[in-house]
Structures are given as C-alpha cells and as structure tokens.
Ligand binder design. Structure first.
Ligand code: C2E
Ligand code: MG
Ligand code: MG
Ligand code: MG
Length: 287
C-alpha cells in the first residue's frame, strides 16, 4: 500500500512508526514506574464443585490498577513485563496482596479453601524464585497453596523433578499443570511428573460439544490424570450446557469459569472498595 501511495506513502508511514516507538518507550517507563509504585494486585476467581457450585478454592490472577483507577489485564502487561524482567516483582506484589488479605478471606470463606498462584515458564524452573515465593506464604499454611505451572513449563521435566518440585513438596505446596491440552500437550511428560492437579484448558472445554475429536482428547487426558491420582479441573465453563455436558460425559467434578464466577479484585471481594475499577481502553492493548 505504501508503494501504491507513491512518494506520499513514506511521509504517511514514517511519523506513525516514530510515534509507535515513542509510545512503546513511554509504556515501558510506565510499567517500570507501576512496579516501583506497587500498582499490581490480585483478583480472585472461584474454583468450584461443578455439581453444587460450592467454592473449593480461589485462583489468584494479576491485575494492574493505576493511580487513576484504570485496571489492566495480564494480557496487556505480562508479555512486556516478561521482556523487561519485571515478572518476579509483579508476582510477589500479587502474592503479597493475597497473603495480606488471607485473614479476612478466611473469615469469609473458611480455612479449608485453597489458593492457586500462577507462575511463568521461566519462573517455574527458577529454583531461587520459587523458594522466595514459597517463603512468602504464611507460615504453617503452605499446604493451602497450589502453584500453577503452564504446560509450556514442562519443556525440561528433568529439571523440574530434580530441583523445583522436591523443594515445593518439602514445603508442602501443591502443584498444578495449567492450560493442559493447548497444543504442547505431552501425556508422557505428564506421567513423568509428580504433581497434584491438572487443569484442562478452556479451548478444549468449550469445544467438546461441537468437536467429537476433542471429547476423545479430553477423555484421554482425564483417564491418564485420574490413573496418576491427579485432581482434574475444567477451565472456562461459561454455560450451563457446558457444565451439564461435562457432568454427563466425564467424571470431572471440579471447574472454573464465568458461569460460576468472574474474577474480582480482592479489595472488592472483601468489601474494601464498592466496585471494580474501570477497564483500560482498547488502545492500551500493547502487550
Ligand atoms: P490462566 O491461569 O489460565 O487463568 C484463567 C484465565 O481465564 C483468566 O484470565 C480468567 O479471567 C479467564 N477465565 C476464567 N474463566 C473464564 C471463562 O469462563 N471464559 C473466559 N473466556 N475466560 C475465563 P486473566 O486473568 O486475563 O489471565 C490470563 C492469564 O495470565 C492466566 O491464564 C495466566 O496464565 C496469566 N496470569 C495471570 N496472573 C498471573 C500471575 O500473577 N503471574 C503469571 N506468571 N501469570 C499470570
Ligand atoms: Mg492459572
Ligand atoms: Mg488456566
Ligand atoms: Mg487457560
């Protein structure tokens, strides 16, 4: 198109590129400032028994709420944060928000509730980071926490089994494999790991009714997971039909999804602030 526009094409595109680069620079600076200012916090989404809807746990999800009260989602800042090596600081801010509010949450939901924490693939194999994270959990309560590693973290299962998983087991922290069935799936890798839970990705959950093939894949994952003694959780259940289909066609009893609960900031959940901050406008989808 630039060529077709002739000489003017360049004039048209050059300032644009300049602005884009400038915008990125200022976004980098904003992200760094946000980390320094401690603007990252924790939203929670319920994990439920899909038969009754009873809450069995919560998953901690990172949110960036800036000074103006604008909230940004992980997809809007995690990739850049990862490139800028800010993920560890962000993760610790999220965990601190969770543990600071734990007494209040326990008063509301009881102490049988477990809390899941997400870590990036790089963090998953970083024994020092994982130890720091574990040490941040309230003493004597590590067994109430589950660390979610994504399937991508399983590239080096030997490393995980040699260092990180024994450390977590020793501390009493549980381990879950998140987003399973998204494409990097390896059933043999799963079989070689000592973990506690398997979360089946919503892309699989949301297509089982339309794609019989995905139903077979889900059944295979379920039967291996069950044989390995893992808890199986279905992610991204949005409709009653999806829930009913799972109940009728699988033995899965644990799930998460908008049908049951949309993630809420902890501050909102414990009644500290009356409502959610406004979502960021689309143009800030710069990750
Ligand atoms: P995830 O761990 O698989 O978390 C589930 C994501 O799916 C969340 O998005 C949640 O809001 C969304 N979700 C839950 N139920 C439904 C549903 O029924 N339908 C749909 N369409 N979506 C649903 P969120 O909060 O935007 O997080 C996205 C991803 O970012 C997470 O996926 C996780 O991989 C990552 N993430 C979030 N917080 C952290 C964190 O503190 N550290 C790291 N390293 N990664 C994080
Ligand atoms: Mg997760
Ligand atoms: Mg997940
Ligand atoms: Mg997922």
């Amino acid at each position: 198109r630039a060529k077709a526009a002739g000489k003017g094409g360049l004039d048209f595109f050059t300032p644009d590129l300049g602005r884009e680069a400038q915008e990125r620079l200022s976004l980098e600076q904003r992200l760094r400032d946000a980390v320094s200012a401690g603007e990252f916090c924790c939203a929670l989404q319920r994990k439920v028994d899909i038969r009754s809807g009873a809450t069995t746990g919560f998953e901690a999800l990172a949110r960036w709420v800036d000074a103006e009260g604008v909230m940004r989602m992980p997809g809007q800042f995690l990739p850049l944060a990862s490139r800028l090596q800010l993920l560890d600081d962000i993760a610790l801010q999220v965990v601190d928000d969770l543990t600071r509010n734990l007494p209040q949450l326990d008063a509301m939901f009881g102490t049988a509730i477990k809390y899941s924490i997400n870590v990036s693939p790089a963090q998953a194999i970083d024994t020092d980071f994982m130890r720091r994270l574990t040490q941040r959990l309230p003493s004597g309560q590590a067994q109430r926490f589950i660390v979610e590693l994504t399937e991508e973290s399983l590239a080096d299962t030997g490393l995980l089994e040699a260092h990180v998983l024994p450390m977590l087991r020793q501390a009493g922290v549980h381990v879950s494999i998140d987003d399973f069935g998204t494409g990097y799936s390896s059933l043999s890798k799963l079989a070689s790991l000592t973990v506690d839970e398997l979360k089946i990705d919503r892309s699989l959950v949301q297509t089982i009714q339309q794609l019989p093939r995905n139903q077979l894949i889900l059944r295979a994952i379920e039967s291996l997971g069950t044989a390995l003694g893992l808890s199986i959780v279905a992610e991204g259940i949005e409709t009653e039909q999806e829930r009913d289909f799972l109940l009728a066609n699988t033995a899965i009893t644990m799930g998460q999804g908008f049908l049951f609960h949309k993630p809420q900031l902890i501050a909102t959940l414990v009644g500290e602030t009356p409502s959610m901050p406004s979502p960021a406008p689309d143009r800030l989808e710069w990750a």
